[in-house]
Design a protein around this ligand. Structure first.
Ligand code: GLN
Length: 234
């Protein structure tokens, strides 16, 4: 392979529900088509997140209990993660991970679970309800349509500088109220999609990998990577 990217799997040993780890398999698959090797490592409790060591970050979803554990530890990584994000580092955060990038998440039992506030959203709890089911959204800017499956208690409300990953065409999305699903902030993509999102939406995998390659190899000719056609898998 011509290129190599270092992928941090944030708290991959704690937050890994609903096949979210499949996103890493999908990322590997598309990376191979782009002549790129991925070196994937878990960065978990008590380990430093070095913003200069990683080219892609994946942060999956989890149960409230695991989220409370991660919530405490991640405060020590807050500055480094914020630096990585502000510097344009690509990241995919699903469900619980997406919630913890924001200010807080109120869990199903009412406990306020602190996030890092690197992104300006916050997440409330529903009363005795979860949003569960198939979901389809459309990104207004790119026209891209994403398919997935959502399963979450949290209702997320976007804040400053945040755009939704898409408008809900069917399903519930961030909160079931404002028609938004997920988030785009700089090169961070957040979503409630399990499924996993990248196996069903290869365009997003391509986008994340291209961003990472352009950052790491600014002088490389990446035209063949850019031309890679993604076949719909839904
Ligand atoms: N525990 C969180 C919620 O229920 C996140 C769930 C998840 O990551 N699937 O909203």
């Amino acid at each position: 392979m011509k290129y190599e990217l270092n992928v941090a799997h944030l708290y991959g040993d704690l937050l890994n529900t609903y096949g979210d780890n499949g996103n890493l398999l999908a990322l590997k698959y598309y990376a191979k088509l782009m002549d790129t090797d991925l070196d994937i490592q878990i960065v978990s409790l008590d380990e430093k997140f070095d913003p200069n060591a990683w080219d892609v970050v994946f942060f999956g979803g989890g149960q409230d209990y695991e989220q409370t554990i991660v919530s405490k530890d991640i405060q020590g990584k807050k500055d480094d993660l914020t630096d990585y994000i502000e510097d344009g580092g690509p990241m995919l955060a699903i469900c619980g991970g997406y919630q913890l990038l924001g200010h807080y998440y109120v869990g199903a039992d009412g406990e306020k679970i602190k996030g890092i506030g690197a992104l300006d959203h916050y997440t409330l709890s529903q009363d005795d309800n979860r949003f569960i089911g198939d979901i389809v959204i459309k990104n207004k800017e790119t026209g891209e349509v994403y398919h997935g499956f959502e399963n979450h208690n949290g209702k997320t409300y976007l804040g400053k500088g945040e755009r939704p990953l898409g408008e809900v065409e069917s399903g519930n999305g961030n909160n079931g109220e404002d028609n938004s699903e997920g988030v785009v902030y700089k090169n961070v993509y957040g979503s409630y999609f399990h499924g996993p999102i990248l196996t069903r939406n290869g365009e997003l995998a391509k986008k994340i990998l291209l961003t990472a390659l352009k950052r790491k190899y600014p002088n490389a000719d990446l035209s063949s990577q850019e031309q890679l056609t993604i076949k719909p898998t839904f």
